[in-house]
Write a protein that binds this ligand. Sequence first.
Ligand code: AHG
Ligand code: MN
Ligand code: MN
Length: 325
Amino acid sequence: MRRLAPVLREDGVELDLISLVRTILAACKDISFRVGQAELSGVLGSTLDENIQGETQKKLDVLSNQLLKDMLLESGFVRAIASEEEDFIVEGEHGGRFLVAFDPLDGSSNIDINSLTGTIFSILPVPDNKLAGDAITESDFLQPGRNQVASGYVMYGPSTILALTTGKGVKLYTLDKTHGSFLLTNENVSIPEETQEFAINASNQHSWQAPMQRYVRDLLDGKNGVRGKRFNMRWVACMVGDVHRILCRGGIFTYPVHTDNQAQPHKLRLLYEANPMGLLIEQAGGLVSTGEQNILDIQPTELHQRVPVILGSKQEVQVCLGYHD
Ligand code: AHG
Ligand code: MN
Ligand code: MN
């Protein structure tokens, strides 16, 4: 049965959407606590299982997934979820008008070394033809990133930080652990257009395509090269951490095509990594691309589809794209 028209708050954001984000945050607070307990709660290390992508699941990947899944499916706002750690979509309550795709714990290789991790989420509308109650299928999640009604991440670092967009700019909130609430700490994030900082896993250099080889070589040439300035490099091994740095002070981040892996030429996942981060970056004034097209315009074909990613400060991403023309 179709639900009543959504109730809007003064700034135009639906109350149901706000309640849904609050549900995600309730799960993330729990994840934040468990990440912090680490060895004390016996949550470090790996399970014996692999996810559908052939990656060994860490105990905290599984735990974070279960917390988000249970809370979202019981919330009444969510019709179905898709997760990095779930082979297939999972249906929730019939009244829910939203689909949520998430990476429960991004940066899994950082878990055991007490370094940055995060949760990434993407909220999509249930397609109109499914509002009447027909079963949701995987194809209902295959919407371009532009359809997202909200996206964000929660970063588990020295402080726990939420970056959120509902399509009207990007806000940052910091978890006040004395009260348990996320307090607004930056109400209008704006990425500087220029930068002298780049993020790429340089150990893959042998497998980059020619344009990326040339682009990075010119960055490394510094002051005396064609770019005429020195660039610094950072790599957190957690997309949330790298994107957060770019929201704070600019930069360019890329996980480009791997030419030496025909079976899996890209690393990052479209629906729950590239798209939600893409919307945040664009809403903060940055650019996001595969090298060929804007990531948010891609028509997805698979739930766990992977794509090349170039994102960050507008002018620097444009320079990088110039090498790809
Ligand atoms: P996940 O831990 O969810 O599998 O994602 C890891 C991703 C991303 O967060 C990060 O930018 C990248 O993989 C790190 O890749 P390297 O292992 O090549 O550093
Ligand atoms: Mn990830
Ligand atoms: Mn993950």
